[in-house]
Design a protein around this ligand. Structure first.
Ligand code: GCO
Length: 444
């Protein structure tokens, strides 16, 4: 299999996110984000790691873009930090924040790299969290103002926008489980956060489409193939509920299908937060969906899990082929999810905007021989190819991620990069997987 088999127009790239890489957490007028505050709380992050320095991408971006260039990767996805641009979340815009992203975008273009920009990759300005964050319906207008500023400033140079990254993860982990920033728990926080994210995603897309009529506007969604542990009626129904929650909760309202309440009746509670007219306002009219897949989940019925009565079977207990995230390596999952997204009416295009793996890397004599990562990427890309050959409208693939970086609650322990970063010196070393990806893209 060669990259060229996917066709000339297929977009190959690599993905990253501001909070995970930039560091410089208060430089040049940036305001704190919920992640800056959350990482200050003892015990929340593995090793009490924080993202104040991360990969220092804020200062080292020219070097990282040179690596992207050198590896022949034509597209680079990154996110903008809202609190760099509007430090207080609303109101005054920080000119130094805008200048920084101007430089980053211009440097991409000078190097022949197409910038793909995510507007929200989980780093809400802390000032807004103090006003309720995603649980406050005003977040829709705060977010809209921020999106307008970005569209106006960068719209002349950015051809691909993603309104949001994985709303299921930032609402589920951040507002239901409390394991991600801002660390809130329970349905009282989760349901309003869900509904306001759905509204903000749709409104953000409308703003971008009208400000940048030539650009492609999408949003990205986490998804995993879900299978029942046994063929019993109970496990099958449990798997169906988990599928509705993990895979369908955000894309379906965006497509005008409403929330999957038939499958998960507790979602009726979302109605409490809905105002007349919201049904229409939730529709996002996206040019593409970003499909982000890493693994599959096996589900069994559980009486003791509130609301969903289902639990995920620990991957460690059923296979040896797992990553450092304790995620099963299961390439057919990406094929399956592409087919599922492809079957929805109303999504013109799909891009795989993230796929990759964390493995324990060892450096020997200055080289990182990360064979497992290479095999993972090859096997998942082969499944993308299979879907494409069957007519699925997948038009791009982005590896998660360029550099080893801040993996949220897991800190720096899991390493996803195709480039190693020495945390002491910030020295970059292209891993064998990076070389492999570069060679694959150049047809070598
Ligand atoms: C995601 C996140 C990334 C993670 C990656 C690995 O969108 O889930 O975008 O930030 O680092 O998925 O967990």
């Amino acid at each position: 299999m060669q990259a060229s088999s996917f066709g000339e127009k297929f977009s190959w790239g690599v993905s990253s996110a501001a909070c995970q890489t930039e560091g410089a957490y208060l430089d040049d007028g940036k305001g704190p984000s919920i992640w800056d505050t959350f990482t200050d709380r003892k015990g929340k992050i593995c090793n009490n790691d924080h993202a104040r320095v991360a990969c220092n991408f804020y200062h080292l971006y020219p070097e990282d873009l040179s690596i992207i260039r050198q590896l022949n990767i034509p597209n680079f996805r990154f996110s903008l930090a809202w609190s760099r641009i509007i430090p207080g979340g609303t109101g005054a815009v920080n000119p130094m924040g805008l200048d920084y992203y101007d430089r980053l975008i211009d440097n991409c273009l000078e190097k022949g790299i197409d910038p793909w920009v995510t507007l929200y990759h989980w780093d809400l300005p802390q000032a807004l969290e103090l006003k309720g964050g995603w649980t406050n319906r005003d977040v829709v207008s705060w977010f809209s103002d921020y999106v307008s500023v970005c569209a106006k400033r960068f719209g002349d140079r950015v051809g691909h926008w993603m309104v949001m990254n994985e709303p299921m993860v930032f609402t589920g982990a951040g507002y239901f489980l409390g394991v991600h920033a801002p660390g809130r728990r329970g349905v009282r926080n989760f349901f309003p956060a869900v509904h306001h994210s759905v509204l903000a995603m749709a409104e953000g897309a409308r703003i971008l489409k009208s400000a940048c009529p030539d650009a492609e506007v999408g949003s990205t969604f986490s998804c995993s193939m879900i299978e029942p542990q046994t063929t019993s009626r109970w496990d099958t129904a449990a798997a169906n509920r988990v599928d509705a929650l993990l895979n369908r909760l955000f894309i379906e309202p965006a497509l005008g299908m409403g929330y999957p309440v038939k499958d998960v009746p507790v979602l009726r509670k979302l109605e409490k937060y809905m105002l007349p007219g919201d049904d229409q306002k939730m529709i996002a009219n996206l040019d593409f969906a970003g499909v982000q897949n890493y693994t599959r989940e096996i589900v069994s019925f559980s009486l003791f899990t509130p609301y969903v009565h289902a639990r995920l079977v620990d991957a460690k207990r059923r296979t040896k082929d797992i990553t450092e995230m304790n995620w099963e390596v299961y390439p057919p999952s990406i094929y399956h999810m592409l087919k599922k997204f492809d079957a929805y009416p109303g999504i013109p295009k799909l891009y795989v905007t993230e796929n990759g793996a964390a493995f324990k890397d060892v450096e020997t004599a200055g080289r990182v021989h990360d064979e497992r990562r290479i095999n993972y990427l090859k096997d998942y890309i082969a499944q993308v190819f299979k879907a494409k050959q069957e007519g699925c409208k997948v038009e791009g693939y982005f590896v998660w991620t360029l550099t080893d970086n801040f993996e949220w609650a897991e800190g720096y322990r899991p390493k996803f990069g195709i480039v190693k970063v020495d945390p002491e010196t910030q020295r970059r070393t292209v891993k064998d997987s990076g070389r492999w990806y570069g060679d694959f893209l150049s047809g070598r």
